[in-house]
Ligand binder design. Structure first.
Ligand SMILES: [Zn+2]
Length: 192
């Protein structure tokens, strides 16, 4: 597999933290922290999106095998708002509420199987972007390639012309880093 000859200037995934982690939990954590990070700069109520905050939080809990009670879901969402959205999302078939058999006042909430499947699909595929990597597809000659916006190490970069798998995101990152390092080292060399 040839290493891409050009990486500088490529439009990266829209949430740049996303592809640094290899696992799905890392990816969800990155999405959550990117949203929190925004609140350091702007009033967070400008971007209120409680349904998504709740889905992300419950996805993380599911991937980590943790149970979450309705009173501790999505720290970023005010509790009364969270409870209202939990009911709406449950009506949509995305969440299930389970009463704690030991403490009847406590209710756990979890993603349904279909919501879990959709979230996993979202994390693996997501939307994609086209870019050029300074080479052409051997099969069809296209110079355009496609990578998912939420690429993880195992995601494939494919040919935009024929759909051929070109290389994994991990292989691309490694290659791109080598090229960038070489260019950087060259700049650091002292002029004679
Ligand atoms: Zn092709």
């Amino acid at each position: 597999m040839t290493v891409p000859t050009l990486m500088l200037g490529i439009k990266g995934p829209s949430e740049p933290h996303c592809y640094l982690g290899g696992s799905m939990v890392d990816q969800v954590n990155a999405l959550i922290s990117a949203r929190r990070h925004r609140a350091d700069f702007f009033r967070s109520d400008l971007f209120a999106d409680p349904a998504w905050d709740i889905l992300l939080d419950l996805t993380r809990a599911k991937l980590e095998g943790r149970r979450v009670s309705t009173s501790s879901v999505a720290a970023a969402v005010p509790q009364t708002t969270a409870l209202r959205w939990i009911d709406m999302l449950a009506d949509e078939g995305l969440l299930e509420k389970l009463r704690d058999p030991i403490d009847a006042r406590r209710v756990f909430v979890t993603l349904t199987e279909s919501a879990t499947a959709s979230m996993k699909e979202y994390l693996v595929s997501g939307s994609s972007h086209r870019f050029a990597i300074g080479g052409r597809c051997k099969r069809c000659g296209s110079a355009d390639f496609v990578a998912p916006d939420n690429a993880i190490d195992e995601s494939w970069i494919t040919c935009d012309g024929c759909g051929q798998d070109i290389m994994t995101w991990k292989a691309f990152k490694t290659g791109a880093l080598e090229v960038a390092n070489a260019a950087f080292t060259k700049r650091l060399e002292i002029e004679p």
